[in-house]
Design a protein around this ligand. Structure first.
Ligand code: AFP
Length: 322
């Protein structure tokens, strides 16, 4: 069984990228230990602060963010970071080769109910010049690496550097990430979808029709039944898609006119799109490939439809007609 460092070496990755990925895995190990401690670790509950998104921060949001920020700021390879929990980008090391965007604790509203949460990383080349928001405004196709660490019954890590998607599991005995799938593949067809149904009355007509036809099942236009799952943590829903296929979507809605989209492009949609595409799936806004979007703001939000290629295509067909 290959440990993460052996697997990275076998892929022939640039040494500095290998070292950076190991540093991201270290962040995952430390957060995994905190999450596992739960109430006993004194990390549950809400802090008395809000983040740049106007969302109440959980204690563990801040602890995870500060842990990652400190570790990456001390890593000579990192020129700058952007976090869901930080209003502005943070400069790190002038000679660093990489920029790292991250959601330190995705699904944090799940933490107090002992449900799935995770950390999502997107790594971009740093390029020349100073570290400012503009340096991060690169499309998803520019990513050097994307990964998530999911803190569940097992702590697992999905990783891509553009050579397919690999899955690792943290061995609690040795604290090593062990390669468990060297070529994750998303089945092209699926009978399972994930969406927050409570927003149904706020969706655009295309999504209304698409989901209605899934729910109509065998008697409807799709001629077969579908199942639904909703974890309310993108990292958990995407892990299910990578594990057994499916379609995950957080579509545009009119619930909050100032915020027609929920998920963040730079540190949620882009890294997940990279992982899913490298596993043979698709990731779209409904009207364009997510990884082709030219970002305009570090906390920019987008609609997300991702997963089994043929089912994403079926959903896009409804959007093409509306
Ligand atoms: P939190 O990190 O605030 O829990 O939000 C998680 C998330 O950004 C994404 O991971 C989920 O898919 C989505 O929000 C869930 O949103 P709803 O709570 O509206 O279902």
């Amino acid at each position: 069984m290959l440990r993460l460092e052996q697997s990275l070496n076998q892929q022939g990755l640039a040494t500095d990228l290998q070292h950076l990925i190991l540093s991201l895995a270290d962040c995952g190990r430390e957060i995994s230990a905190l999450v596992r401690g739960g109430a006993l670790a004194g990390v549950l509950g809400v802090a008395d602060t809000e983040n740049v998104q106007g969302e109440t921060q959980k204690k563990l949001d801040i602890i995870a963010n500060d842990l990652i920020k400190d570790k990456l700021a001390a890593n000579a390879l990192v020129k700058g970071i952007a976090s869901e929990e930080e209003e502005e980008v943070v400069a790190a090391n002038t000679d660093g080769s990489y920029l790292v965007c991250f959601d330190p604790l995705d699904g944090s509203s799940n933490i107090d109910i002992n449900s799935l949460v995770g950390t999502i990383f997107s790594v971009l080349p740093a390029g020349e010049g100073e570290v400012n928001q503009h340096a991060f405004m690169q499309p998803g196709t520019a990513q050097s690496c994307a990964c998530y660490i999911l803190y569940g019954p097992a702590t697992v890590m999905a990783l891509t550097t553009g050579q397919g998607t690999q899955m690792y599991s943290l061995d609690p005995k040795t604290n090593d990430f062990i390669l468990v799938d060297d070529a994750v593949t998303v089945p092209a067809d699926t009978g399972e979808f994930a969406i927050n149904m409570s927003n149904q009355r706020f969706w655009q007509p295309a999504m209304q029709s698409y989901i209605a036809d899934l729910i109509a099942g065998k008697e409807g236009p799709r001629g077969r039944n579908f199942n639904m799952r909703w974890i309310a943590a993108m990292v958990g829903d995407v892990h299910r898609v990578l594990s057994r296929g499916g379609l995950f979507t957080y579509p545009q809605d009119t619930k909050n006119p100032e915020k027609p989209f929920k998920l963040r492009l730079m540190y949620e949609a882009n890294p997940m799109a990279f992982l899913v595409e490298q596993a043979g799936g698709k990731a779209s806004t409904g009207y364009e490939r997510i990884m082709a979007i030219q970002p305009e703001h570090i906390h920019q939000r987008v609609a997300v439809i991702l997963g089994s290629a043929n089912e994403v295509d079926a959903c896009l067909e409804y959007h093409a007609q509306n």
